[in-house]
Design a protein around this ligand. Structure first.
Ligand code: FHN
Length: 433
């Protein structure tokens, strides 16, 4: 089996199967949007500030994203090179962006007065992006969701009394009804992104009962998703029976050092990250990743055979704020020249030089130089020391040239933050790619 055949079977490449689109596309947009955007201080604000429903009601009563323009969101995502979107249809606060028939806690009942999800799906689909729905297992508004260690009322003086009579089985049935709505009401859904169950035994908190694996009735959610959308990708945040493999794993806010594996076999994976320190819009969050960092996140993921899902938290008025737009434009500028090193690319068998990464697509090797402006990059296994590599179109070998800055604009480029991507035709006697 040649390398290219083997690589095509490698889960890192999505295999030839129904999920091949996922690995090919590599970059997606995560969107965290809900009532918390009005609070402008993190999507967990209800939990962090231990707000009662009455206190939090002010965000519901004033939610009216008058500047909401999903077509503009979708355009920004496409320009940034993002090929799929995962949007929070319902986050832990329990508020639904769509016109769910099983709750009143939804966008059409706010001053906004309309379903926000349908126009988003239509806009992103029109821009050619695949559709993913994030759905929170936690629900801090639902009357049957038990008050537990993550609940905003966990420290309420009447917590135990408030928790009495809550029936988690009723809540699990509610989840199935909502997942049914999401997977039957919006055409093809490519990803369902559940978040999150508590693995392992139930953990009590100050006399409040925890939730265990059985409470989520995860298997029934998976069965339902597979029945309604047979091609759908399901992530790994449902607490499934041991040995049950998700379609993708989802390392969060870090890039694995080695490609993730489950049950000692390769698995599709997607690292999810924020541009800032918050998933939901946070006005005062000032730890935004640099342009170089967000480009490296993408390269690192692909070099290890994974995807990157980068998050935007729209404001309470329905806009991407200036910092988010600036970050998306970093991807737009870099992908405009370097997309060929990302889409359909994956790991290389060749060891990358120090301070560099390799991504490979067929017989094209992409050298991503992080430690620029080092002049000499020793590439093992292909050639001796090089000062600089010039990509020769369809050449059968690599010519080493002395360092020059006037690089052919079609290949290696100096991006703003010093990451140079060069494209190399790979030719080694022992490797047929
Ligand atoms: O609690 C959530 C958090 O708000 C955010 O949605 C992330 C995204 O992966 N998931 C949970 C934390 O792991």
């Amino acid at each position: 089996m040649t390398n290219s055949e083997r690589l095509s079977e490698n889960p890192a490449w999505g295999g030839a199967g129904k999920h091949a689109w996922f690995s090919h596309n590599r970059l997606g947009m995560f969107i965290h949007w809900g009532l918390y955007a009005l609070g402008a201080r993190h999507e967990w604000l209800k939990n962090r500030e231990e707000l009662t429903d009455e206190h939090y009601q002010r965000y519901f009563d004033n939610f009216d994203p008058d500047l909401y323009d999903p077509k503009e969101w979708a355009r920004r995502a496409r320009l940034a090179g993002m090929k799929y979107v995962v949007v929070t249809t319902k986050h832990h606060e329990g508020f639904c962006l769509w016109d769910s028939k099983v709750t009143d806690y939804k966008a059409p009942n706010t001053p906004c007065g309309k379903d926000l999800l349908t126009p988003l799906v239509e806009a992103f689909r029109a821009e050619g992006l695949k559709i993913g729905f994030y759905y929170s297992l936690l629900d801090w508004h639902h009357p049957d969701f038990p008050i537990d260690l993550h609940h905003p009322l966990r420290n309420h003086p009447e917590a135990k009394a408030l928790n009495a009579g809550r029936n988690v089985a009723n809540y699990a049935a509610y989840m199935r009804e909502q997942v049914r709505e999401l997977l039957t009401g919006f055409g093809r859904v490519d990803i369902i992104w559940f978040d999150f169950s508590y693995p392992g035994p139930a953990r009590e908190y100050r006399g409040l009962p925890g939730k265990g694996r059985a409470d989520w009735q995860s298997e029934r959610l998976v069965e339902l998703a597979r029945e309604l959308q047979p091609e759908i990708i399901i992530n790994n945040r449902l607490d499934l029976p041991p040995g049950t493999l998700p379609d993708i794993t989802t390392p969060e806010q870090y890039t694995p050092r080695v490609a993730p594996a489950l049950a000692s076999q390769g698995v599709l994976w997607e690292a999810c990250h924020t541009f800032s320190g918050s998933w939901g819009y946070h006005r005062d969050e000032d730890s935004w990743k640099s342009p170089e960092q967000i480009i490296q996140l993408l390269i690192d993921s692909v070099a290890l055979g994974g995807n990157l899902l980068m998050n935007v938290g729209p404001t309470g008025r329905g806009t991407f704020d200036a910092r988010a737009i600036e970050a998306l434009e970093v991807y737009q500028n870099w992908m405009a020249v370097n997309a060929r090193a990302i889409y359909g690319a994956g790991p290389s068998e060749l060891p990358a030089p120090a301070g560099c990464r390799y991504t490979q697509r067929g017989n094209r090797l992409y050298l991503h130089v992080y430690n620029w402006p080092y002049r000499h990059i020793h590439i093992e296994g292909i050639a001796d020391r090089i000062a600089y590599v010039q990509f020769l179109h369809d050449a059968s070998e690599i010519h080493w040239v002395t360092h020059t800055r006037d690089v052919d604009p079609n290949v290696g480029v100096m991006v703003p933050e010093g990451i140079v991507m060069l494209e190399l035709p790979v030719r080694r006697p022992d490797v047929t790619v």
